[in-house]
Design a protein around this ligand. Structure first.
Ligand code: GTR
Length: 335
């Protein structure tokens, strides 16, 4: 469906007004017909590399008519703010973690449930199935076109104080979580105090003692240098939640159906490439932080899941969410 010039302009206007209000450098004018793409990670991170390659492919396939200008390192703002700007059309493409979408669309809750995926292959085959398409499609009424999922590995807790072996070791710890009520409930259920702050503020908050710890995957722990200030990482691996690549519906509606198809297809094609980059980077980051002195300890996951599983009932409330959760659970145990 094509949308009128006026609605594109009004989308852009709303976006720039919003940027001005929240003081973001976003809403950059589109450079030489290129879409703007946002990512909180630095340019060598697998998500950014995958989106860059997606842009190159789009450009090659359209003789340079389509392309991407990737703003990495959180240049356009934190994920919550950039998502809002994306819905207004001020940013065209946004690679975000699935958690900040929780408050926008309840169908993004299932892949954020603790311990729902039993392994990386289980997570990948669930998101590659119709379940993944159902979750991606659920974003459209919110002004976002879900293009694909990227890997984000396993998230574990790390902190400045010492090894976490049982939930009792988390008692009273101030732990940073992404902006999602589910994450707040999950961490509070373990006896810690959840503190939602943007990703870019974690390092400083750890260094200043505003928080005692956080949770994330090996590449983020490494690349944002959190291991320098929170040197104990405890392998709870409580989440295998993915990243999501979204496009602004304002931008999308201004494209021909051929271009829409090309973008969807090229985005899906970038997934295996991203996974290759991810697997390599995860191993490299793990080795690097250990070599730099991070102390790693294993945990008995059952002690953590026992406390965290109650959040499933609290956050899975609609029939559609239940359907997705059931489908994911039936995909367990396959090779
Ligand atoms: C990372 C994810 C980021 C960001 C971050 C967080 O794993 O790639 O997009 O959301 O986690 O914890 O906020």
């Amino acid at each position: 469906m094509n949308i009128t010039r006026r609605s594109i302009v009004s989308g852009a206007l709303k976006a720039s007004a919003l940027c001005a209000v929240i003081g973001l450098p976003a809403c950059t004018p589109r450079l030489q017909g290129k879409f703007t793409a946002s990512d909180t990670h630095p340019s060598d991170y697998p998500t950014v590399q995958a989106v860059k390659q997606l842009g190159e492919k789009l450009s090659a396939r359209t003789n340079g008519r389509l392309g991407l200008q990737v703003y990495s390192g959180g240049q356009l703002g934190n994920e919550r703010d950039t998502l809002e700007i994306t819905t207004f059309g001020g940013i065209d493409i946004n690679r975000v973690f699935a958690a900040p979408l929780n408050s926008i669309e309840p169908m993004t809750i299932p892949p954020n449930l603790p311990f729902i995926f039993e392994s990386i292959p289980h997570m990948r085959r669930s998101l590659d199935s119709e379940v993944g398409d159902q979750i991606l499609a659920s974003l459209e009424p919110h002004g976002l076109i879900g293009l694909c999922f990227y890997d984000s590995g396993a998230r574990s807790f790390y902190n400045t104080r010492g090894p976490i072996r049982t939930p009792a070791d988390m008692d009273g710890l101030k732990l940073r979580v992404p902006n999602s009520d589910l994450y707040i409930a999950m961490v509070n259920a373990l006896g810690a105090n959840a503190v939602p702050i943007p990703f870019a503020e974690i390092y400083q908050s750890l260094a200043q003692g505003v928080i005692d710890g956080a949770e994330n995957n090996w590449p983020s722990y490494d690349s944002a240098r959190h291991y320098e200030v929170a040197g104990h990482i405890s392998l709870t691996q409580h989440l295998l939640t993915p990243e999501i690549l979204v496009m602004s519906k304002v931008t999308w509606d201004g494209l021909s159906s051929e271009d829409q198809l090309l973008i969807r297809k090229t985005a899906k094609e970038s997934v295996p490439y991203m996974r290759e980059l991810w697997d390599e980077r995860e191993a490299r980051s793990r080795a690097a932080v250990i070599a730099d002195g991070a102390k790693v300890n294993e945990v008995d996951q059952a002690l953590f899941s026992e406390k965290m599983l109650n959040v499933w009932d609290e956050f899975i409330v609609t029939a559609e969410q239940r359907d997705v959760v059931e489908k994911i659970l039936t995909m367990r145990g396959e090779p």
